[in-house]
Design a protein around this ligand. Structure first.
Ligand SMILES: *Cc1c(COP(=O)(O)O)cnc(C)c1O
Length: 359
């Protein structure tokens, strides 16, 4: 049994994907070929935003979003401590300071109450300028944007939605990638919508930002790529990856239904044994991971291993405990909920081709 069965997905889509790749090899527009624009339009339609700008990976997508917002040294950007490293890394990469926030116990997402506490504390200290919030749709479940938006409005902060894991999720029918001021996703192979290499995208309704993104991703280009009007980066999605994603996006709604079926089967079988993931009323998860809590996860994971079922731990270490952030001065015990999660979570196989979630 595979943790994420990419081979089963390829087998299902092989004829279409092979034809798409062959077509790119034949037309030869390997960089920014027609499939890229086609994909961007289809992603905008799916997510329900005006503009999609694809780029090289989900980490660059976050960097590009921070660049658009003008995040710089002296700025505080709030993000959950229980997330993948890139969320916080990109803030520091821009020279700004990540300010960590504890998690909600049942959704594992950023805790709005602690977010407001951390903002108040930064204001009281008076050293950093509160600038933005990166909310993460952890394990596929959109963060609590209604509550986060109220806080952002109160303190005049921008929201970046990190939907690297959340693509396909929803709140009241509104799709992940459309929350906050600007949103990002990743097409890393293991994400809900993955390609066969690295890839990412930025979503926004802001016309001016869309133009800026087009420039930033091609060396800060002006009228053409040899007219450089700002410092940018080289961050584009390869045409071959866009071609693959066009086929995977067409199949994605069906896969999303299968993931949700698998999750409800897990819930039925496991809710008397573990704390299972809870999806709040009105929310839909894309189930990037199916994550359980256990008193002693080593014992539970060993039991699954003995049955031939692979498990993984996302994430055993919070951001405030990472060596790379030791200079920020955080200590163990600063974020009790996130620390408890990092010590007790483990994830079961989850993908769109799981045999109805029965293991
Ligand atoms: C995967 C991931 C990223 C980074 O995406 P890459 O494409 O691997 O660069 C960022 N944030 C979160 C929450 C992720 O899970």
């Amino acid at each position: 049994m595979q943790f994420i069965d990419l081979a089963a997905q390829y087998k299902h889509l092989q004829i279409k994907i092979d034809a798409r790749i062959k077509n790119v090899l034949e037309h030869g527009k390997y960089i920014m070929g027609p499939e890229v624009q086609d994909l961007e339009q289809k992603l905008s339609e799916y997510v329900g935003v005006k503009h999609t700008m694809t780029c090289a990976n989900g980490t660059d997508a976050l960097t590009l979003a921070l660049m658009v917002l003008g995040v710089k040294q002296g700025d505080a950007v709030f993000c959950p401590t229980f997330t993948f490293f890139a969320t916080a890394e990109t803030i520091a990469f821009e020279g700004a300071t990540p300010v960590f926030v504890d998690s909600n116990e049942s959704t594992f997402n950023i805790c709005p109450q602690d977010l407001e506490r951390q903002i108040e504390q930064v204001i009281a200290e008076g050293k950093l300028k509160p600038k933005a919030i990166i909310a993460v749709d952890l394990f596929g479940l959109p963060a609590d944007y209604p509550a986060i938006q109220k806080i952002a409005d109160k303190y005049d902060l921008k929201i970046i939605e990190d939907a690297a894991q959340g693509f396909g999720g929803e709140i009241e029918g509104k799709k992940a990638g459309s929350f906050g001021d600007i949103a990002t996703t990743s097409f890393f192979p293991a994400k809900p919508l993955g390609c066969y290499g690295d890839g990412g995208a930025v979503f926004t309704n802001n016309d001016e930002w869309a133009e800026l993104l087009k420039s930033y991703r091609v060396h800060g280009k002006g009228s053409d790529k040899y007219d450089n009007v700002r410092i940018g980066m080289n961050s584009r999605l390869d045409t071959i990856q866009a071609a693959i994603l066009l086929e995977k996006l067409a199949e994605f709604p069906t896969e999303l239904i299968n993931r949700n079926k698998a999750a409800s089967n897990y819930e039925q079988e496991l809710s008397n044994k573990y704390q299972t993931p809870q999806v709040p009323e009105g929310y839909l998860s894309s189930w990037a991971q199916y994550t359980l809590l256990a008193e002693d996860r080593e014992v539970e994971m060993a039991k699954y291993k003995a049955q031939g079922v692979p498990t993984m731990v996302y994430y055993a270490k919070c951001m405030h405990q990472q060596t790379a952030f030791k200079d920020l001065g955080y200590q163990d015990g600063d974020f009790p909920v996130a620390e408890k999660l990092s010590q007790s979570v483990f994830s079961l196989p989850m993908h769109g081709y799981l045999n109805a979630g029965r293991i």
